[in-house]
Design a protein around this ligand. Structure first.
Ligand code: GMT
Length: 376
């Protein structure tokens, strides 16, 4: 597994996939620059290989991709890997391609599978400083997956892709993400029975956290409510200032980068995801698994997850009036229990035990295709 180790959807998916595969007896090696945040337990089938980037005065921008490719070559050679799975095209698919070419010179032909996660296509990947490399690396992969149908369509739209793309949606561990009894926590935050709204993200611009604040401000005018913001990132300071300028900061708590998100979700009544772009919306799936309905934008793959009128509602990006109207509908005591029930019911379709075999089948297929090609 090549992935980003820090907080962020693609790294979480890669780590949880690796952990799940290891539990089924596969040997999984993570190659990245830091211990992945969710790789926090021992399993005899899991290994982590840290990529070191030597410093040299000439390097204003140390070439991470080269150190990563070299590390991949070493791990493939010494650990006898069967395939490389790159999560997030930039730079993982490209480093995997380079490593594969080097390994060919040593008589090893190892397949590369690339999973596209979102901004590697919809935002950064489209940028002209990456676009030709991303397109090439996707086309040169032996197998490509996307986390939603919408992302598959966007990939074909923006790039000249010559190969099939398999959609394998993201998944959730329902044993971890489930509603827990945390009434004392709810009472501490909402002592007067206020409704609790939650947003979790990496606080980047694409998340439109200003819309979270706008919707909350409007809901709060209609009913007593509190807002919890989980995560951290570049937008945090502006959002704090916005809350203060609207004089609603006393009802908003910034919890930072919490690991036990499921504990917060266990006491939430509504999850807000007004993103500008969102290929899937893993954070919303984790909320739904904890029986939290979702108010979201209709960006990218979100409507494949958040079913309008069933698990929550989707609105046009930036339409905070519509989001508020829908939020008030869900939070009404006559409706809340049904939406909570539906959220969990739909989240169960993304149970890790259902999705993980789809990756295993895809691995088998790609490996089988290589055996056929090499015997021709
Ligand atoms: O936007 C993030 O939260 C991080 C980003 C990433 O790649 O680390 O997330 C993307 O991948 C997730 C896992 O597949 C998806 O659930 C997110 O929707 C996607 N983010 C965007 O498309 C903006």
């Amino acid at each position: 597994m090549l992935c980003y180790p820090t907080f962020g959807g693609s790294g979480v998916v890669a780590t949880e996939l690796g952990k799940g595969l290891a539990q089924k007896g596969h040997k999984v090696h993570f190659i990245t620059y830091l211990q992945p945040v969710r790789l926090d337990f021992f399993n005899e089938n899991l290994s982590y290989h840290q990529v070191y980037i030597p410093n040299y005065p000439l390097f204003q921008y140390p070439p991470y991709e080269l150190s990563l490719a070299s590390k991949i070559v070493h791990v493939v050679l010494y650990e006898k890997l069967d395939l490389i799975h790159a999560h997030y095209a930039i730079p993982h698919a490209t480093a995997a391609y380079l490593a594969k070419q080097i390994l060919k010179t040593k008589g090893i032909d190892i397949p590369v599978i690339t999973t596209l996660h979102g901004t590697d296509i919809t935002l950064v990947g489209k940028d002209s400083s990456f676009e030709p490399v991303v397109e090439f690396s996707i086309n040169e992969s032996d197998g490509v997956t996307t986390v939603s149908q919408s992302l598959k369509e966007e990939t074909y739209e923006h790039f000249n892709i010559q190969r099939d793309i398999r959609v394998i949606p993201n998944f959730v561990d329902l044993e971890r993400f489930k509603k827990q009894k945390k009434e004392h926590f709810k009472l501490a935050i909402c002592p007067h029975g206020e409704k609790l709204l939650v947003h979790t993200s990496n606080f980047r611009k694409v998340k439109r956290i200003q819309d979270v604040i706008s919707v909350f401000e409007r809901v709060r005018k209609e009913m007593p409510a509190k807002l919890l913001l989980v995560g951290d990132g570049p937008e945090r300071v502006q959002i704090e200032e916005l809350a203060r300028s609207l004089e609603i900061q006393q009802d908003i708590r910034f919890l930072g980068k919490l690991d036990a998100v499921e504990e917060v979700l266990s006491v939430a009544d509504l999850f807000l995801m007004p993103s500008e772009k969102e290929s899937f919306g893993l954070a919303a799936l984790e909320a739904m698994a904890c029986e939290v309905p979702v108010i979201s934008s209709n960006a990218g793959g979100i409507p494949e997850l958040n079913q309008h009128g069933y698990t929550g509602f989707t609105s046009p990006i930036g339409d905070v009036e519509d989001m508020t109207k829908n939020a008030l509908h869900i939070l009404h005591d006559d409706h809340l229990a049904t939406f909570k029930h539906n959220a969990l019911a739909h989240a169960q379709n993304f149970d890790i035990h259902k999705i993980l075999p789809l990756y295993e089948q895809f691995y088998e297929q790609i490996l089988a295709e290589r055996v056929v090609i090499s015997s021709l």
